[in-house]
Design a binder for this molecule. Structure first.
Ligand SMILES: NC(=O)c1ccc[n+]([C@@H]2O[C@H](COP(=O)([O-])OP(=O)(O)OC[C@H]3O[C@@H](n4cnc5c(N)ncnc54)[C@H](O)[C@@H]3O)[C@@H](O)[C@H]2O)c1
Length: 243
């Protein structure tokens, strides 16, 4: 019996990076997973690898109207949705003085607004499922500042707060909401941020986090093992922010 056996999940930005790792882990533990992404090519390739317990839907998370359709397609394919992983995210690095306003709006649209849209769209399905777990991927950048990350930090701090509001409002329906705060993970985003993937070994655990370790935390929050955890900031950073 898998740890999320029979549950239906949606993972945004699930075609590559950490999202793809979460999709694989949830399926391996018995869930049926709808994963969405703007990358049709990567989505189709992963769908072919995963088989019948996975369904890829092309979706830009900023498209409000499409959210309803995504939930509808998930229900039709697998049943009521009880896990939502708001994972899709982007970064844009620049100093405040020259940060393009359009880039700021785009980052906030994807990282923040879309988390609101996803939570809003999924609640009716989770109510019908009689319970739910919303997992919002923030960052340690949503807990403390970092230079040249004004939009990213604004959006990820917002996710930290929005998650707490969701926990307060939705607890009465046995719907939990938690945020995850990873330090740098070796994905495409990390390579871009670090200019080539050089490891910054200033963590007490003296190594970089892997996406599989983040998936372990996603799995825990998705499963009933975390049944009394809601409104939490789940930090996974090798002790970096303990300093
Ligand atoms: N990589 C890190 O170091 C790190 C650290 C902390 C938090 N995070 C967060 O983790 C999440 C995943 O990051 P990652 O490193 O796997 O990134 P990634 O760039 O490797 O993958 C992101 C995925 O999201 C998709 N995507 C981008 N814009 C989208 C949109 N508008 N609609 C739907 N899909 C979209 C991309 O196509 C891609 O498949 C993000 O929210 C990110 O902010 C990443």
């Amino acid at each position: 019996m898998g740890r999320v056996e029979g549950k239906v999940a949606i993972v945004t930005g699930g075609a590559s990076g950490m999202g793809a790792s979460h999709v694989k882990r949830l399926i391996a533990e018995g869930a049926k997973v709808v994963f969405t992404d703007v990358s049709l090519e990567k989505g189709k390739a992963l769908q072919a690898e995963l088989g019948d317990n996975a369904l890829f839907i092309e979706h830009d998370v900023t498209e409000e109207n499409r959210w309803k359709e995504v939930i509808g397609e998930a229900e039709k394919a697998f049943g009521y949705v009880s896990i939502l992983v708001n994972n899709a995210g982007v970064n844009y690095s620049e100093s405040i003085e020259v940060f393009p306003v359009e880039a700021y709006r785009r980052v906030v649209d994807i990282n923040q607004m879309a988390v609101f849209l996803g939570m809003k769209a999924v609640v009716p399905s989770m109510k019908k499922a009689k319970s739910g777990s919303i997992i919002n991927i923030s960052s340690i950048g949503g807990l403390r500042g970092r230079k040249e990350s004004i939009a990213y930090s604004a959006s990820k701090f917002a996710v930290t707060g929005m998650t707490k509001v969701a926990a307060l409002e939705l607890g009465q329906y046995q719907i939990r909401a938690n945020s995850i705060h990873p330090s740098l993970v070796n994905t495409e985003m990390f390579s871009e941020q670090s200019g080539g993937g050089t490891v910054a070994a200033d963590r007490p655990l003296n190594r970089v986090l892997t996406k599989e370790e983040v998936s372990n935390l996603v799995l825990y929050l998705a499963s009933d093992e975390s049944s009394y955890t809601t409104g939490a900031e789940c930090v996974i950073d090798g002790g970096l922010t303990a300093r």
